[in-house]
Write a new protein. Structure first.
Length: 265
């Protein structure tokens, strides 16, 4: 998986972006209806805006073909909504990437509608994310997105965030093969890092999980964690509830290597 300034890209990147675009479009639509219904009460159940947190914003575009990355995909969808306020928080550890991100045409301040507020956060998201939000998340509504460019997602910070931002859904782009390889290293097992993907998901305080069929050599999968029992399942995109028969088969293949499965037989 080649990288430029820490941003990886492969044949699976386009599939990821298509999944993200479709899901975020539906997600904003659903959240708008909920916010309009519940945010104006005397004791509002949620804030009157949609919060988007991208823990790995990158440069805004896929370095392989220049296609829009998650921040631009989200902003372009958010611009379609004139009566919904958005708080967009973009985190990036690479200064060059952050500079390039801020120069993208879609993010030029004069072209951003007043209902969309963008905050840029430079540095390690393990530090900057807790610093910028603290424990003020109980009424926030929206999504937290983690796509760490080929690395294992930071399930620890996602687990912590899930208890603080209990009304926000969590989207994860994850290379399952990388997790399986780490589980197979004896030297790592002695350090307590031989954790399966299914065990990582249990750390996150979300009642329901939806996962996509894996793609590519690294078995990239897209995961959705939510407390909403009616969250749409995008079967046309290869998504299944983790509780379904298809979802269990996918999770099993994401958890175990072919060698491990052969040993079972």
């Amino acid at each position: 998986m080649p990288k430029i300034n820490g941003i990886g890209y492969s044949e699976s990147t386009g599939i990821k972006q298509a999944s993200f675009r479709k899901i975020i479009k539906t997600h904003i639509q659903c959240c708008e209806k909920i916010i309009n219904r519940w945010s104006n009460l005397k004791q509002p159940w949620c804030e009157d805006n949609y919060t988007y947190i991208d823990l790995n914003a990158g440069s805004g575009r896929n370095p392989g073909n220049g296609s829009p990355g998650s921040p631009l995909i989200f902003i372009n969808e958010a611009k379609k909504y004139k009566r919904l306020n958005f708080q967009v928080n973009l985190y990036e550890i690479n200064r060059v990437n952050l500079s390039n991100l801020m120069r993208q045409q879609e993010l030029i301040p004069v072209l951003i509608p007043k209902n969309i507020r963008i905050s840029y956060h430079f540095g390690d998201n393990k530090i900057r994310f807790p610093e910028t939000f603290g424990f003020q998340g109980k009424k926030k509504f929206g999504v937290i997105y983690n796509d760490p460019s080929g690395k294992i997602p930071d399930f620890k910070i996602l687990a912590e965030a899930s208890f603080i931002f209990d009304k926000m859904d969590i989207f994860i782009n994850c290379p399952a093969t990388t997790i399986k390889r780490r589980c197979g290293l004896a030297s790592i097992k002695n350090k307590g890092l031989d954790i399966r993907l299914s065990e990582y998901l249990k750390l996150i305080d979300k009642k329901y999980w939806i996962l996509r069929e894996p793609t590519g050599y690294h078995q990239w999968t897209f995961l959705i964690g939510t407390n909403w029992d009616s969250f749409p399942v995008y079967k046309k995109l290869g998504f299944y509830s983790i509780e379904s028969e298809e979802g269990q088969k996918i999770l099993y293949n994401l958890n175990y290597s072919e060698k491990e499965k052969n040993c079972e037989n």
